[in-house]
Design a protein around this ligand. Structure first.
Ligand SMILES: Cc1cc2nc3c(=O)[nH]c(=O)nc-3n(C[C@H](O)[C@H](O)[C@H](O)COP(=O)(O)OP(=O)(O)OC[C@H]3O[C@@H](n4cnc5c(N)ncnc54)[C@H](O)[C@@H]3O)c2cc1C
Length: 417
């Protein structure tokens, strides 16, 4: 099939020059395409998947991510899908239990954890409604360049012939194994190894009202309520154990969750097969001549702190704003996209470091951390602060500031009670 006919456009493939081609149409790509299209730009959004479809990812969207959905006019649509509101997060850290409410980021407290078949579909359709041209089932195989400047992409629809499309900028929103990043040799930095691999399935009959993280003896577990009355039940293993675990993934998964969650699974039924993976910890330079990266393509991290979707939304907003300031405001491309990189890194770096420590199941938490968590567990305000920090609604440096730590551990008369 001629992909141009499929998209409903009369121009032949390659004869039109878009403002942006976005490769990857999930939380980073669809959001970026939507925001650019809403500003009136001509956007082509490509994904080898079709929508609605699932991807390997659990679902917690923290308050800052919900604020983005609210700003974009999509939060009510998400709520209308029946996705349960999660007023609290709970952490079981050995014998300690920390339960608190993530504070609101401009009016949106708590969290939602929508299935990706729900969230990504919503974003993709919003991008289309804004005027972006969507081609599903379209795989990008390589980038086209004029000298060192990227000018387009080459790829094909399922079973179709190879075609080329051109744009002022090609945006890689193609996830952690980004073809765009690989093709432009986007420089990695602050790299760390894959720490853990998380595997999960959906269960019926396991009622839960909050998102729960459980860390015990080099294993992580998660219970996350999502759409359709289902609860996602997750196990994370240290990366070094994975080869052994994979010899009998389903058996090991069941043994682990039965031992760790016990009666909480009584009456429950596993409804889907197990999926999962480990994620590298890595930043990449997110722009260059004619290209940019958003979402996991530009910045990936262990999913233990559930930051990826919220980060993808932030990238989409900052990157789309930077491109608009170039095309609509006459700003220099390098200056605007350099600021995108700087803002991204400034905002996520403290959480990246916290995530790298929290997600390292192979090493027990350091004694200072255990001491701190012990002190937090005694105070509701301190637990709310911890949960808010985890949720990105209280800056990590503010939470770990000497003054705040002193207050939490009782070294300060202003200690929260
Ligand atoms: C086990 C696990 C649990 C997680 N839990 C959470 C959580 O609770 N909360 C949270 O916020 N984050 C979580 N994450 C992280 C989150 O999934 C990612 O950060 C997020 O999906 C990144 O979005 P993205 O749009 O950048 O990439 P993706 O969601 O990976 O989307 C990339 C898209 O690009 C398309 N694509 C790739 N290559 C091509 C190509 N060559 N041509 C065309 N299309 C292409 C793919 O088909 C895909 O649709 C989790 C991740 C894992 C692995």
């Amino acid at each position: 099939m001629n992909p141009t006919d499929q998209a409903g456009h009369s121009a032949a493939p390659g004869t039109r020059r878009y403002d942006a081609i976005v490769v990857g149409a999930r939380c980073a790509g669809a959001a970026t395409a939507m925001l650019l299209a809403r500003k009136g730009y001509d956007v082509l959004l490509l994904d080898r998947a079709s929508f609605p479809s699932d991807t390997v990812s659990t679902h917690v969207i923290h308050p800052p991510g919900l604020s983005a959905l609210r700003r974009w006019g999509l939060l009510d649509d998400l709520i209308a899908t029946g996705c349960p509101w999660l007023p609290a997060y709970a952490f079981e850290l050995g014998p300690l239990v920390i339960t608190g409410t993530p504070r609101a980021a401009d009016g949106t407290a708590g969290a939602y954890a929508p299935r990706r078949i729900v969230l990504d579909e919503l974003l993709v359709r919003a991008a289309q409604q804004a005027g972006a041209e969507l081609r599903e089932g379209f795989s990008v195989t390589e980038l086209i360049a004029d000298g060192d400047r990227v000018t387009g992409v080459r790829g094909h629809a399922r079973g179709g012939m190879e075609i080329s499309e051109y744009a002022r900028v090609v945006i890689g929103a193609d996830g952690v194994h980004s073809r765009v990043a690989e093709q432009v040799s986007a420089a990695p930095y602050r790299e760390g190894p894959v720490l853990a691999s998380a595997y999960y399935a959906y269960w019926s009959g396991v009622p839960a009202t909050e998102a729960r993280w459980i860390l015990r003896a080099s294993r992580g577990y998660g219970l996350i309520p999502t759409n359709d009355g289902l609860t996602l039940v997750l196990v994370a293993w240290p990366q070094a154990d994975l080869a052994q675990v994979k010899h009998d993934l389903q058996g090991n998964y069941l043994r682990e969750i039965t031992a760790a969650l016990g009666a909480r699974l009584d009456g429950g039924r596993q409804e889907t097969r197990i999926v999962g993976e480990g994620v590298p910890n890595r930043f990449r330079t997110p722009y260059g001549p004619g290209w940019a990266l958003v979402g996991d393509a530009g910045y990936a991290k262990d999913p233990v702190t559930a930051q990826g979707i919220t980060d993808a939304f932030r990238d989409a907003e900052i990157c789309a704003g930077a491109l608009d300031s170039v095309w609509g405001g006459g700003r220099g491309y390098d200056e605007a996209l350099g600021e995108y990189q700087q803002l991204r890194d400034e905002r996520v770096l403290p959480m990246y470091e916290f995530t790298s420590q929290f997600g390292n199941l192979a090493v027990p938490p350091p004694p200072e951390m255990l001491q701190l968590l012990g002190a937090i567990a005694g105070s509701q305000q301190a637990m709310d602060d911890f949960v808010s920090m985890f949720a990105g609604a209280l800056p990590v440096p503010e939470f770990f500031s000497p003054r705040h730590i002193a207050a939490l551990t009782g070294a300060d008369p202003e200690r929260p009670r």
